[in-house]
Structures are given as structure tokens and as C-alpha cells.
Design a protein around this ligand. Structure first.
Ligand SMILES: NC(=O)c1ccc[n+]([C@@H]2O[C@H](COP(=O)([O-])OP(=O)(O)OC[C@H]3O[C@@H](n4cnc5c(N)ncnc54)[C@H](OP(=O)(O)O)[C@@H]3O)[C@@H](O)[C@H]2O)c1
Length: 212
């Protein structure tokens, strides 16, 4: 999928922002179909997976939801496209809290407890090695919450190739995966973490998807 993403962007000229917009919309659609309650917590990492979550927060806000965003890292670590969505989120008045240390987990716990649904956009297919703090603690809190969880692309911490948790992994209710299903969604412990799997092409050209 990483090769396909690169080809869609570099060979076909499809801007990354456009793919992220469709990814975020697909995640927001899945969340809205699971819960009509306004309080949604969107947990984002600092990579492009987090950008998908920030984009989903914007769409949920437009639909009358009251999303709150936790960023597992610092805002100034975001790359171009996720930063665009972070700025939109802040200008829309959506609460956004950075979680950079164990001390920040107290607020996250309160937000988790008062949310009807959680979006997991902490880590996607770019995760490398054992999940580090504070993301590992966030994953533990999400799994312990008993709330429905919609994962963007792949449950955070699940290895997209092997289907094995990298120390820990989110147990999602629904996973909206982008382009094609990853091997890790269907192999090993994948199915136990993915929940219901939705595949959304996020406008990646059909020729690229069918060739793989
Ligand atoms: N073309 C596109 O733009 C496109 C298309 C489809 C989907 N997507 C989305 O983009 C995702 C891939 O984005 P990405 O390549 O930026 O990767 P990512 O999955 O967002 O992961 C990268 C982020 O996770 C952190 N990280 C990596 N390993 C970690 C670990 N073991 N513990 C804690 N944090 C860790 C990295 O921090 P450090 O840098 O500090 O290590 C970085 O912030 C996909 O899964 C999908 O959601 C993008």
C-alpha cells in the first residue's frame, strides 16, 4: 500500500491532501453510522494516520457532533497535510490537547470516559518497532474503555504485514482500511483487533489497486 500511495501521489499527481480528505471522510462516515451521540474522541498520532483523524474530526463537527482531539505528540511535529487539518480543527473551535507525557493522561482519561465513541488514528502502516509511550498508554486506555472504536486504516499497534501486536494494539469495533486490505487485517491476531473491516478506495486509481 505504501508503494501504491506513492505512485498515486507521484505518478498520477493526486495530492496527498485529497487522499487524506477522502480517508477522513470515510472514517467520519463509519463513526456516524455507529453512534449518533455527539461526544466523539479522536486520538491522533503525528504521522499521516493522525492527519486522517484530524480530517475526520472536521467532518464530524460539520455534522453536528462535538469531537475532541488528542494528539499523541507535539503540534509542531506535524507534517504539511496533517498540519493543515490541525489548523482547521483549531479554527473550528474543536478542543485539541497534546499528550506528550504521563501527566497528560489524566485529561485523556476524562475525555475517554465522557465520550460515546473513539476514533483511533494514532498509528497506521508507518509504525516501526514496539509501540512507544505515550501511545502505548493511550492504547491501553482505549482498550479498557469499553467504548466503540473506529480505527483509521489499521488498529494502532497492529503490524500491517504480520497481524501481530507490536507490544500492544487497539481492539477496534470497526476498521476503515484505505485502498486495499492489509495482510495484517486478516492474518494471525488481525481479525481479533480489526472488528468489522470496511475497505475504502479513497479515490486511489482503480488501475493501481487492481494491479496489486
Ligand atoms: N498517500 C497518503 O497520504 C495516504 C494514503 C492513504 C493512507 N494514508 C494514511 O497514512 C498512514 C501512514 O502514514 P505514515 O507513513 O505517516 O505513518 P503513521 O502510520 O502515521 O506512523 C508514523 C507516525 O507514528 C510514529 N511512530 C512510528 N513508530 C512508532 C512506535 N513504535 N511507537 C510510537 N510512535 C511511532 C512516528 O513518529 P516518529 O517519526 O517520531 O517515529 C510518526 O509520527 C496510513 O496508515 C494511512 O492512515 C496516507
Amino acid at each position: 500500500m505504501q508503494q501504491i500511495d506513492t505512485e498515486a501521489i507521484e505518478t498520477c499527481g493526486i495530492p496527498r491532501l485529497l487522499l487524506m480528505e477522502h480517508a477522513g471522510l470515510a472514517v467520519a462516515n463509519a463513526a456516524a453510522s455507529l453512534s449518533a451521540a455527539p461526544a466523539v474522541l479522536v486520538c491522533c498520532g503525528t504521522g499521516y494516520n493522525g492527519g486522517d483523524g484530524l480530517c475526520a474530526a472536521r467532518h464530524l463537527s460539520n455534522r453536528g457532533y462535538a469531537p475532541r482531539v488528542v494528539l499523541a505528540g507535539r503540534l509542531d511535529h506535524l507534517r504539511d497535510e496533517p498540519m493543515i487539518y490541525a489548523n482547521i480543527v483549531r479554527r473550528l473551535g474543536i478542543p485539541l490537547a497534546e499528550c506528550t507525557s504521563p501527566a497528560d493522561l489524566e485529561l485523556v482519561e476524562r475525555w475517554v470516559a465522557s465520550s460515546a465513541l473513539i476514533i483511533d488514528a494514532l498509528l497506521g502502516i508507518g509504525v516501526r518497532g514496539t509501540v512507544r509511550e505515550p501511545v502505548a498508554s493511550l492504547i491501553d486506555r482505549l482498550n479498557a474503555s469499553g467504548k466503540p472504536i473506529v480505527a483509521a486504516d489499521i488498529p494502532s499497534g497492529l503490524d500491517a504485514d504480520t497481524g501481530l501486536p507490536l507490544g500492544c494494539a487497539v481492539k477496534a469495533t470497526v476498521t476503515v482500511t484505505f485502498g486495499l486490505p492489509k495482510r495484517g487485517c486478516v492474518d494471525a491476531q488481525g481479525p481479533a483487533h480489526v472488528g468489522t473491516l470496511i475497505v475504502d478506495p479513497i479515490t486511489i486509481p482503480r488501475t493501481l489497486l487492481e494491479r496489486s
